[in-house]
Design a protein around this ligand. Structure first.
Ligand code: ADP
Length: 225
């Protein structure tokens, strides 16, 4: 009976990750395509830059596929001690060039966080999605704030706040619904999957947004022994 439960749980995490990867794959694919197109007309260092973009975006895609394969290997999703400090840092590294392009300032105030018990890849996907939304909400620049601390109640709290477009009440109410998106090329799976991943780790996610002012997402996850 227990085996079966674990199996079902495993399959649904893999299903979620497959959906998450399929969702995330579109941005790097679009960058690769436009870099390849540009490469036809560029020369010298501009051409080198195009080729460099193609290489790094391809590596990113490869990383995701690898995560998915690792999660599906042997039908077992590893439960491990996840270092969220590293996950946050990697997520921010992933958007650094886009933030620079948009003129987004970054303040990081993350105290050393004790490890969380769970599965790294989906947790990393959740944090990446929240950060990606924040960056997408600031097309004309702004300020991204990332905070993290142990709460002393056996939890870690992570706050990701942007000064972007924010959400009208009607949007904020629906933001977590699967396939709800206000973006022309959006898929609307980011927050829906993020919430499921966080809940699966016995955590909570809250969103507080003001139209024209910005959005604040607060994650709480239990510290794992
Ligand atoms: P997608 O990013 O593909 O649209 P999500 O589920 O991540 O899917 O987000 C759903 C919707 O919630 C977005 O289309 C957007 O309207 C809104 N949203 C999410 N995060 C933010 C944010 N940081 N600022 C403003 N709007 C946001």
């Amino acid at each position: 009976q227990r085996e079966r439960l674990v199996e079902t749980e495993t399959l649904s995490v893999i299903g979620e990750m497959a959906a998450a990867v399929a969702h995330s794959i579109r941005n790097p694919l679009a960058s690769i395509r436009s870099a390849a197109e540009l490469a036809h007309e560029e020369e010298g260092s501009a051409l080198q830059q195009c080729l460099q973009n193609i290489t790094s975006q391809t590596d990113r895609l490869d990383g995701w596929i690898r995560e998915l394969l690792a999660a599906s290997r042997g039908g077992v999703v590893p439960v491990e001690k996840v270092d969220l400090n590293a996950v946050i840092k990697e997520s921010l590294d992933g958007v650094a060039s886009e933030m620079q392009r948009r003129g987004i300032a970054l303040t990081v105030n993350v105290a050393p966080l004790p490890p969380v018990r769970g599965t790294r890849a989906p947790l990393a996907h959740a944090i990446r999605s929240i950060i990606a939304n924040a960056v997408e909400a600031m097309p004309q620049g702004g300020h991204l704030r990332v905070e993290g601390r142990p709460t002393g109640e056996g939890q870690v709290e992570i706050v990701i706040a942007d000064t972007g477009v924010g959400m009208p009440v009607g949007v904020a109410q629906r933001a977590f619904k699967p396939l709800f998106t206000t973006k022309p090329n959006g898929v609307g799976l980011g927050l829906a999957l993020t919430r499921r991943i966080v809940e699966r780790h016995a955590g909570q996610i809250e969103l507080d947004s003001r139209e024209g002012r910005g959005t604040r997402v607060v994650l709480n996850l239990p510290v794992g022994g």
